[in-house]
Design a protein. Structure first.
Ligand code: DOR
Length: 461
């Protein structure tokens, strides 16, 4: 397998036009796809189908292209601070721009883990300097930071590792979990794999070097027990809860009776890869939760179609190729996907598995609602001009040597996909155009208005 040793330099490139007209695009609006024009004025979408003689600084003729709201990825690991040999906010946010992602919400398992307001603020300051796209950062739960969780601000919510994964964050004790669900008010999200089950399975398979055992150690039972446990906690404490990276059909059944408290998401590796791919990909597809079977893939797609799963996110978790190529179980878990996720899903649109509108709902609108993000997730007047232009006909091969992520590889290396982002705008500024990146950092902190009440409170607006 070939590998990019350096990321390509960013050529100097356009600065924001004050007023931009994107015309002749097929625009994915909340009401459906329409052939129309969009006027960007400064940071916002000023008008849809503006009057004929509007004076503008730039006209983009988007004939033949579709215009989508920028993707909001609510589960990424960008490794800064502390693990920047794998990724950092500059490389990751450029990978976002290339992939049509205009806002990311980053997980707290950096080094040190983001478990206090001061550590969150430090991340926000780093992003303000280095991020090409918009950002937000979760606060991580520990058994003893309840005061920090109660007072945290400028954050989408609280992340609990109910099962351990990369890093040391873990809250497994029932009393600790009860306190977090009962004494905090921010929305909660969790990594759901049952620690006891995982440890028992690992002990039974002790000494294995077969990476396929990863899916026997982090098995269906581990996922089901932890997801059920978290759903019970959310219900009893009437606390908003979002299930990260659902990997099994069994969990999708638990989500059937979701009420109005619970939302869930799926990731591309759990939808598109299965245990049958271990011989081909080995430790490259080792992830937590593990990938499961083709039957699980099918059930996840079904749950995405019928809205038991509302959100698509990547769990972008870069590790270097050297780290990944260690033998199991020394090899770390995690898959990079941020710059190919939209293309992978557009390819599924091309193949007729899912509609473009459903992809846009799950990648743009739903995450904005789940996390109460102000002014994002849809193309509408007054919303932020976070936009991505896609060519639904373009076919390209994903190649390691073209990856912008610092880790420089993709499990989809060599995979042909049809439907690619070609241009991306963040807060009205063009940040990516067919291989070129803006040099200034257009990203801003996303605003979270938790009084909105989340996905189920706003889904019919
Ligand atoms: O596979 C994973 N890798 N799952 C996680 O939950 C964490 C992630 C990482 O940070 O490497």
């Amino acid at each position: 397998m070939s590998r990019a040793t350096t990321n390509r330099p960013s050529p100097p490139f356009v600065f924001p036009a004050m007023k931009t007209l994107i015309k002749n695009a097929q625009v994915v609006l909340p009401t459906g796809v329409e052939s129309t024009a969009i006027l960007i004025d400064g940071e916002r979408i000023a008008a849809i189908d503006p009057a004929g003689h509007t004076a503008v600084d730039e006209i983009v003729d988007a004939s033949g292209y579709h215009l989508l709201p920028g993707v909001i990825d609510d589960q990424v690991h960008f490794r800064e601070p502390g693990l920047t040999h794998k990724e950092d906010l500059a490389t990751a946010s450029r990978a976002c721009a290339k992939g049509g992602v205009t806002t990311y919400l980053e997980m707290p398992n950096t080094r040190p883990p983001a478990t206090t307001q001061a550590l969150l603020d430090a991340k926000l300051a780093l992003a303000a300097k280095n991020s090409l796209v918009n950002y937000g950062f979760y606060i991580g739960a520990t058994p003893d930071n309840i005061a920090d969780l109660r007072s945290a601000t400028n954050t989408p919510g609280i992340k609990i590792f109910i099962g351990s994964s990369t890093g040391d964050l873990l809250v497994d004790d029932q009393d600790d979990l009860e306190r977090i669900f009962s004494e905090t008010t921010l929305p909660i999200t969790a990594h759901c794999e049952d620690e006891t089950t995982v440890r028992e399975n690992a002990a039974r398979l002790a000494g294995t070097t077969d990476v396929a055992d990863h899916s026997r150690i982090r098995d269906h039972r581990a996922a089901r027990i932890a997801t059920q446990r978290a759903i019970d906690l959310a219900r009893r404490h009437q606390h908003r809860f979002h299930v990260l990276h659902v990997s099994t059909g069994t969990e999708t059944n638990l989500l059937a009776d979701h009420g109005t408290l619970i939302t869930a998401e799926a990731c591309p590796h759990h939808l598109l890869l299965s245990v049958d791919d271990y011989p081909r990909l080995g430790t490259l597809m080792q992830a937590n939760p593990s990938v499961k079977t083709k039957a699980d893939n099918r059930q996840l797609w079904q749950a995405l179609q019928d809205n038991r799963i509302q959100v698509l996110a990547t769990d972008h978790a870069p590790h270097t190729l050297e780290e990944k190529q260690q033998s199991y179980p020394q090899s770390p878990s995690g898959i990079p996907a941020i710059e190919n996720h939209l293309a992978l899903m557009l390819n599924e649109v091309h193949q007729g598995r899912i509609s473009l509108e459903r992809v846009v709902e799950a990648m743009c609108d739903a995450p904005a609602r789940v996390w109460d993000i102000v002014g994002k997730g849809r193309i509408a007047e007054g919303y932020d001009a976070d936009l991505v232009l896609v060519d639904l006909q373009q076919t390209k091969t994903i190649r390691n040597e073209e990856q912008i992520t610092k880790c420089g590889w993709s499990p989809w290396h060599g995979h042909n996909t049809t439907g690619w982002p070609v241009r991306t705008w963040v807060n009205g500024q063009e940040v990516y155009r067919e291989g070129q990146f803006a040099t200034s950092c257009a990203g801003k902190a996303a605003l979270f208005d938790h009084a909105r009440g989340g996905y189920w409170a706003t889904v019919n607006d």
